[in-house]
Design a protein around this ligand. Structure first.
Ligand SMILES: C[S@@+](CC[C@H](N)C(=O)[O-])C[C@H]1O[C@@H](n2cnc3c(N)ncnc32)[C@H](O)[C@@H]1O
Length: 344
């Protein structure tokens, strides 16, 4: 169920975050109308604010329109992109043990559910799962994936929720006879948050899942060359995914980004243990968005995504701070990726 008060909650989340930003970030006030006076969508407000601040940045959640979700699915198939196949392998090999921790008649709430691929491994191993509530911001893609899942699991109650999981959500009351309510947060999507946001999200999840647990997939710190390759694939799909943000702004916000005028850049910031993804202006240029002009110098960037990497101990310590009791952890033999069971 969607929080009816989404837009004001969104602003309060952004405000809470901005108080903890380093001083060098200049935070412009968000405007609710365009230069033309017409109301702005959340994407429009955040794009306008993101292009007005120094340095420029926008939340990665706006990657995911239907085209962005499809591009992400292509990333998951890339030879360089080890996280998806490693997590699938861990889930496949350890599904029996994971199901034992979760118990019978569970209700699974998935955050950022995407194409609903990984949950199938859990559903196949769980004893009589009752209900599945996948949450995703990419509504059209979610609906289509949920229809496919319903057809394959006719006994399971599947209720997709098109919503932003950083907002307080009112979930449906547990079904009669339901077992644990368990959150599922695979794909190391937790790494897209800044550290203070990751803590805030886990605190929200711990409250939402009290009495149940959270199964979370987390990418581990590793050789920077391997990380660099994963976010700079030879086929250029990650670059297309990054540039899709500008394509989306052109389609939805009357923007005129020249897609050949910007290029994808991703690098590992070792002290911060994160991949940073940016769109770099190839030349000095002006861009118009909803009637407002934004000038770019050659080489100026829009920051579009962080992908923080964790140690097993670091994630467990964060979970404790958020109010979870860490349980079992499963990893692959190369220790590329980890899946954690956290009791709420
Ligand atoms: C990195 S992908 C992971 C997809 C899938 N869970 C997996 O493991 O392959 C992130 C997913 O989270 C969704 N997403 C990102 N930010 C979101 C937000 N704030 N609220 C809801 N969904 C979000 C995206 O649409 C996308 O499907």
């Amino acid at each position: 169920m969607r929080n009816p008060n989404t837009s004001s909650s969104s602003l309060s989340f952004v405000a809470a975050k901005s108080q903890q930003q380093p001083q060098q970030h200049q935070q412009p006030a968000q405007r609710s109308t365009a230069a033309t006076g017409e109301p702005l969508s959340e994407f429009g407000r955040e794009m306008q604010a993101g292009l007005s601040r120094t340095p420029r940045s926008i939340s990665p959640k706006f990657f995911y329109d239907a085209a962005g979700s499809q591009l992400f699915d292509r990333i998951c198939e890339l030879p360089e992109y080890y996280p998806t196949r490693t997590e699938l392998r861990i889930l496949g090999e350890c599904a029996g043990e994971i199901a034992g921790q979760i118990g019978p008649n569970a209700e699974i709430v998935e955050f950022g559910a995407g194409s609903l691929t990984k949950v199938r491994l859990l559903l196949d191993a769980l004893e009589t799962p009752k209900r599945y509530l996948p949450i995703d911001i990419s509504g059209e893609h979610l609906e289509a994936a949920a229809e496919r899942l319903k057809a394959d699991y006719p006994k399971l109650v599947v209720q997709p929720i098109a919503a932003d999981y950083t907002m307080p959500l009112v979930l449906p009351a547990p079904m009669a006879g339901a077992g644990r309510r368990v959150g599922f947060f695979p794909g190391s999507t937790i790494g897209n948050f800044e550290p203070d946001e990751a803590l805030a999200f886990l605190q929200l999840a711990a409250r939402m899942l009290r009495g149940g647990g959270l199964l979370i997939g987390v990418d581990l710190v590793k050789d920077p060359a391997r990380l660099h390759a994963a976010y700079n694939d030879a086929q250029g799909v990650t670059g297309e995914f990054n540039l899709n943000l500008l394509r989306r702004a052109n389609a939805e916000l009357d923007a005129d980004f020249d897609l050949d005028g910007f290029t994808h850049a991703a690098f590992y910031n070792a002290p911060r243990q994160r991949i940073e993804m940016h769109l770099v202006s190839r030349r000095a240029q002006n861009v118009s968005l909803k009637g407002e002009q934004f000038g770019f110098e050659e080489g100026e960037t829009i920051h579009t995504e962080y992908s923080h990497k964790f140690t097993v101990e670091g994630l467990r310590a964060l979970a404790v701070r958020a109010g979870f009791r860490p349980g079992a952890v499963w990893t692959d033999p190369e220790k590329l990726f980890s899946v954690h069971w956290l009791l709420a």
